[in-house]
Design a protein around this ligand. Structure first.
Ligand SMILES: NC(=O)c1ccc[n+]([C@@H]2O[C@H](COP(=O)([O-])OP(=O)(O)OC[C@H]3O[C@@H](n4cnc5c(N)ncnc54)[C@H](O)[C@@H]3O)[C@@H](O)[C@H]2O)c1
Length: 261
């Protein structure tokens, strides 16, 4: 049976789509018919994602972007409109993670993490909102279960993710009457760059990786496309009455500690 594509004729901007969850999400968006703008500071990665989408028969355009830089984000908006004329969806996914305590985090690391993770959501939302208003579009922000339940050695990261959950709700109530929906996703451990970096920062990375799986009720870490599918849902009309939500995609991480053997 043929199922209709959920994002047909939509233009979606996805930040941090040169790798990991952003790349997997971009491919899910393209499969559902969206034209995708791939915004990443790692331009080669974004171009590779664009190439893969083109090979699938989809439409994609890579734009080198630093989400922490207002000029760079303004350029992303210009490029999006130049290539596709309009924009319906913004997925603020880009982030970095400093794997340190507050005491060990340098002032420069702190400022950069705030500027990319939280500042990036602010800047992209700020500059895309006028155009999303025109299409009654939707924003999906990437938070984390670490916005609710924190873990050791990533204090600044957890702070940004908690703030993104609050910012999501604030934007949802500010822009709901304009027909713009704003939601965020809170994943557990996902097999992608930031989780890998966290494992590598532990004394025994292999043991940390194995232990992380067992923190989830499903006893494994997630796959990037399992988050991408939820991003598609939140971006699509299937979620037409969903706004201000923090959508948990965590394999049961937040349900409690499962039996360890
Ligand atoms: N991997 C996990 O376990 C996990 C869990 C919960 C939430 N998340 C969130 O998912 C998102 C993606 O994580 P991932 O693990 O796929 O990471 P990743 O490192 O694999 O990919 C992140 C991408 O963002 C890009 N990026 C970094 N700084 C940028 C900037 N200033 N401007 C534009 N692009 C920039 C990187 O170049 C990279 O391509 C992040 O918001 C992260 O916090 C990840």
């Amino acid at each position: 049976m043929h199922t209709a594509m959920k994002l047909k004729d939509r233009v979606a901007v996805i930040t941090g789509s040169g790798a990991g969850i952003g790349r997997a999400s971009a491919m899910e968006f393209a499969r559902e018919g969206a034209s995708v703008v791939l915004a990443d500071i790692h331009y080669a990665g974004a171009r590779e994602t664009a190439h893969t989408i083109a090979q699938m028969g989809g439409s994609a355009h890579a734009v080198e972007t630093d989400v922490s830089n207002p000029e760079s984000v303004r350029n992303l908006v210009r490029e999006t409109l130049r290539v596709y004329s309009k924009v319906h969806l913004l997925f603020n996914n880009a982030a970095i993670q400093v794997n340190k305590t507050v005491e060990d985090t340098t002032v420069e690391e702190w400022n950069r993490e705030m500027a990319v993770n939280l500042g990036g959501v602010f800047l992209c939302s700020k500059f895309f909102l006028p155009h999303l208003r025109a299409t009654k579009g939707a924003i999906v922000n990437m938070a984390s279960v670490n916005g609710f339940f924190v873990e050791p050695m990533c204090a600044g990261y957890c702070a940004t993710k908690g703030a993104i959950i609050a910012l999501t709700k604030a934007m949802a109530i500010d822009h709901g009457k304009e027909g713009i929906r704003v939601n965020c996703i809170c994943p557990g451990y996902i097999d992608a760059g930031l989780a890998e970096g966290y494992f590598q920062a532990q004394p025994d990375p292999a043991a940390a990786r194995a232990a992380a799986g067992k923190l989830h009720a499903l006893w494994r870490i997630g796959r990037p496309e399992e988050v991408g599918r939820v991003a598609v849902f939140l971006a699509s009309d299937d979620a037409s009455f969903v706004t201000g939500s923090a959508y948990v995609v965590d394999g049961g991480f937040g349900s409690g500690l499962p039996p360890q053997s």
